[in-house]
Design a protein around this ligand. Structure first.
Ligand SMILES: Cc1ncc(COP(=O)(O)O)c(C=O)c1O
Length: 443
């Protein structure tokens, strides 16, 4: 293999080669290059699924050729998508799980665009009916929201009103969110599972704050819950937390099937509380099997295999299976967080008790930074990102671990051992200080 002419020089980089090569050669050339990516299982930065059962692999490879949008041609695939929509609507306590509307998407970002657009359309219709201007919509969110919401406001021409992180909190304060609302507010975004720390926002308190606002001012402000991760975690691990359609003010919820929905990247979900919460102008009608199928999406073509794999997970695991998997992740997260806190230099900023995700910061300045630790952890393949908190708290650098299905207690203990080894190395390198001063380790 490795004496073949195509492997004796560099891989084609900037132009399609004039002649092809045998499939096995092309396979090895690409496969070998990708070894440099490292193992996705050691990627503690990603929220996305990195392990699925062999049966799911089989189903997915049997359906790689199907396009989700071809609902006429693949009516059973469309049927499985709708079953997932109904199951999630039921999981999130919609008053009408079988009658409400929702869709699969390519991920939470697309789902958030659709959720935000529905808020904008709903608000615009209300304003038009009242004979008021519709040119200055605004959306309320915490600075800790994921980048998709900052994209939403820019792409769809909506004013962003951000609640900054104050005091020791790492999530949006409900009272301060309500205080930013006015008659041009299309909605408030609440995040179930902050991307920064894994903490839930208090959706029930936000809903109550907006109730009080309505009593005082008459403003009726809807909530969209970004449950990218928590939408698949809270129903199983925190069933008594009221964050979903049990709160009438929550009009739509998105989640990533490819995060704690346990599917490989490429599937998200958006569900409305009731069909009437989605403006009909946003729905396109596709005929199939003699009926009419309402669809809405930004993308047109999209892989069907991820949606099929989602249905597989839902029926294969059942609620008890999801609960068991997420509980196992949470046990590892809480255990690992405690171990890391006990090492000495670190202070936890979250504990893994909401999402199985936690983060820490340095208790005091050291002659090394969390960026240095992240760099050194790569020596055995661990990918544990360090980053700054958002606006107002940017001076705080944190490091975060996302515990996912397949990250065992044993692997967690090995991570702690490696962190301890690097702490010893830092301790033996007082000269690092001088390098730091000279800016050599500037981040
Ligand atoms: C809270 C939150 N919302 C939205 C997203 C975007 O999700 P996706 O990657 O599925 O587009 C993420 C991704 O990390 C997230 O954490």
């Amino acid at each position: 293999m490795y004496a073949r002419q195509w492997l004796l020089g560099p891989a084609p980089r900037h132009a399609i080669p004039d002649e092809g090569m045998p499939p096995g050669t092309a396979y090895h050339l690409i496969h070998d290059e990708l070894i440099l990516d490292g193992s996705s299982r050691f990627n503690l930065a990603t929220f996305c699924g990195t392990w699925m059962e062999p049966e799911a692999h089989k189903l997915m490879s049997e359906t790689f050729d199907k396009n989700m949008i071809d609902k006429d041609e693949y009516p059973q695939t469309a049927e499985l998508e709708m079953r997932c929509v109904h199951m999630l609507a039921q999981l999130w306590n919609s008053p009408d799980p079988e009658g409400t509307l929702g869709s699969s998407t390519i991920g939470s970002s697309e789902a958030c665009m659709l959720g935000g657009l529905a808020l904008k359309w709903r608000w615009r219709e209300k304003m038009r009916k009242a004979g008021k201007p519709t040119d200055r919509p605004n959306l309320i969110m915490g600075t800790n929201t994921q980048v998709c919401w900052h994209k939403f406001v820019r792409y769809w021409d909506v004013e962003e009103r951000c609640v900054t992180l104050e005091g020791n909190g790492f999530v949006m304060d409900p009272e301060r969110a309500a205080a930013l609302c006015d008659e041009n507010t299309i909605g408030v975004i609440a995040v179930m599972g902050s991307t920064y720390t894994g903490d839930y926002e208090d959706v029930e308190a936000l809903s109550a704050a907006l109730d009080r606002l309505q009593e005082k001012t008459g403003l009726d402000i809807p909530i969209h819950v970004d449950g990218a991760s928590g939408g698949f975690v809270a129903p199983f691990l925190h069933p008594n937390t009221r964050w979903d359609f049990r709160l009438p003010r929550v009009k739509s919820i998105n989640a990533s099937g490819h995060k704690y929905g346990l599917v490989f990247p490429g599937v998200g979900w958006i569900i409305w509380r009731e069909a009437s919460d989605l403006h009909p102008e946003l729905i396109f009608h596709v005929d199939y099997l003699g009926g009419t199928m309402p669809t809405l999406a930004i993308n047109f073509s999209r892989p069907a295999s991820q949606v099929i794999a989602q249905y597989y997970n839902l029926i294969r695991l059942g609620k008890s299976g999801y609960r068991a998997i997420h509980q196992a992740c949470q046990n590892v997260a809480v255990h690992l967080a405690e171990q890391i806190a006990a090492l000495g230099p670190f202070e936890l900023v979250s504990t893994g008790r909401d999402l199985p995700v936690f983060a820490w910061k340095l208790k005091e300045n050291q002659h090394w930074s969390l960026y240095d630790l992240a760099d050194r952890l790569r020596d055995r393949g661990w990918q544990v990102p360090a980053y700054r908190l958002p606006a107002n708290r940017q001076e705080t650098v944190i490091q975060r671990v996302v515990v996912r299905n397949g990250f065992t207690c044993d692997l967690a203990d090995m991570l702690v051992k490696d962190i301890r080894r690097h702490l010893d190395w830092f301790a033996s390198q007082p000269g690092l200080n001088a390098k730091l001063d000279s800016g050599q380790f500037h981040h």
